[in-house]
Design a protein around this ligand. Structure first.
Ligand code: DLL
Length: 429
């Protein structure tokens, strides 16, 4: 089902015309009401929206970065008086202050619309029971899925994250058909279901809508097997709207369709800032086209992906993003070799017998970095042999030697939201 057939199947030229019109409105808003951005736009030779004659001129416009939001914390980049902001959210902010974002009533309308589209992309239909285990609160996951599911006419179970025992009970008793949570929490839940002897026959689960952290196709296979569902990827970030920026369709499950009538997507070379061709990996950059409270111009996400413009079996004409390999700042440099945690996940799960719970610990006991991969085995296998196989596979795939420690079940810390994949102790003495 397409939630908004007219918008989601626009021929690309008509989409571009709509995007340009809306980009002008965003520029007008920023020039009139967001002093720090207006100043930058004028410095770049844009003093009126019409100075941007086509979407090709986009590359002349200045970028916005997380540091801008920090510098103008909390409301300095808002384009409307604070009284018109009906909702605040914030990103977790593991480093320093959180990033605060705001929504007008109309922004919430748009967000609900793109989230209803997101659910439809996953094959969810009105009347289905949505077990929403994304965290409610400042995090955008819980309320984002909540609004979309209500908009669609689903029965929402707003259980939020955590209290896994209770989730198991409610999932069975209320007959949740759609599970919404991070992929790492879904695994945690799957394991608890298995431990409590709640088999697939006692559940009504059909679809998993997972996102908010990087995950691989190997993880998708594990989740589908354990939960007996179809697992789909949902992407988004607070600065742009929250979840709902893009999502996979059930038909192809190859790349996440960007809601391009609301969010303009670019991929750039993170070093030079120059655009990357379709298919080439670089940093995702988004410009909001309809946001009122916090419009964003060329926001640098730090997320690595690429864009595919090929037609899709689902009939949507929108661009698709490849799975996020990781955030640029999550890349580890170990003895000079670049490594993303998602690469370790992919290799570990390909070894077999490894449960998809893992964590990377980086230390520098002497002059050299040491990387230890903590994981668990799925069954009673020869642990020494498993460790050796995993070490060999990781070295072959990454060129790095690392130590693999297979812990007892439950040894790797469990996630209730976004998983902590890396413990970097190198800075600590
Ligand atoms: O994580 C919004 C969200 C909620 C998306 C629920 C999907 C589902 P933030 O807390 O601001 O917002 O974190 C945004 O999380 O820049 C990515 O680095 C990462 N991320 C989000 N979705 C995915 C995904 C929400 N599907 C940051 N795959 C983003 C990989 C993701 N990384």
């Amino acid at each position: 089902m397409l939630w908004n057939r007219q918008r989601e199947t626009l021929p690309r030229e008509r989409l571009a015309a709509l995007q340009l019109e809306r980009l002008h409105a965003t520029l007008a808003r920023q020039l009139a009401s967001v002093a720090p951005i207006a100043e930058r736009l004028r410095a770049a030779g844009v003093s009126s929206p019409e100075d941007v004659a086509s979407l090709d001129d986009l590359t002349r416009l200045p970028f916005t970065r997380k540091t801008d939001l920090r510098e103008h914390y909390p409301f300095g980049l808002f384009a409307v008086p604070r009284e018109q902001v009906v909702r605040i959210h914030a990103s977790s902010g593991t480093r320093g202050k959180p990033t605060v974002v705001g929504y007008t009533r109309n922004d919430l309308e748009v967000w609900s619309e793109v989230m209803a589209r997101t659910l439809a992309l996953a094959g969810v239909e009105p009347g289905m029971v949505v077990h929403n285990a994304y965290g409610y609160g400042l995090f955008t996951g819980g309320l984002g899925f909540h609004m979309g599911a209500e908009r669609m006419g689903c029965t929402v179970v707003p259980i939020s994250g955590g209290m896994t025992e209770r989730q198991v009970l409610m999932l069975e008793d209320l007959g949740g058909q759609v599970l919404c949570c991070t992929p790492s929490y879904a695994l945690n839940l799957a394991q608890t279901l298995a431990e409590r002897g709640v088999g697939r026959d006692r559940l009504k689960l059909r679809v998993g809508m997972f996102g908010a952290e990087p995950w691989t196709d190997a993880m998708r296979d594990a989740l589908e097997r354990q939960l007996g569902i179809q697992a789909l990827n949902v992407y988004g970030l607070s600065e742009i709207v929250g979840p709902g920026v893009s999502a996979e369709c059930v038909e192809e499950r190859r790349g996440a369709h960007v809601q391009e009538d609301h969010f303009l997507v670019e991929v750039i070379d993170p070093q030079s800032g120059q655009p990357c061709a379709p298919g080439v990996e670089g940093e995702l950059v988004f410009t909001t086209l309809t946001k009122e409270a916090l419009p964003m111009l060329r926001y640098r996400t730090g997320d690595l992906s690429s864009i595919d413009l090929a037609p899709c079996a689902c009939g949507r004409t929108t661009a698709r993003m490849a799975r996020i390999r990781g955030r640029i700042d999550d890349m580890l440099i170990i003895r000079g070799v670049n490594l993303y945690p998602s690469e370790v996940e992919r290799v570990l799960l390909s070894v077999g017998d490894v449960a998809p719970h893992y964590q990377l610990v980086v230390e520098r006991p002497g002059a050299m970095d040491e990387l230890t991969v903590l994981c668990e085995s799925v069954s009673s296998v020869d642990l020494e042999d498993l460790q050796q196989r995993a070490e060999l596979a990781l070295q072959a795939a990454t060129g790095l030697s690392m130590l693999v420690k297979v812990l007892a079940p439950g040894g790797v810390p469990r996630s209730e939201g976004k998983a902590v994949r890396v413990i970097d102790r190198r800075g600590l003495v």
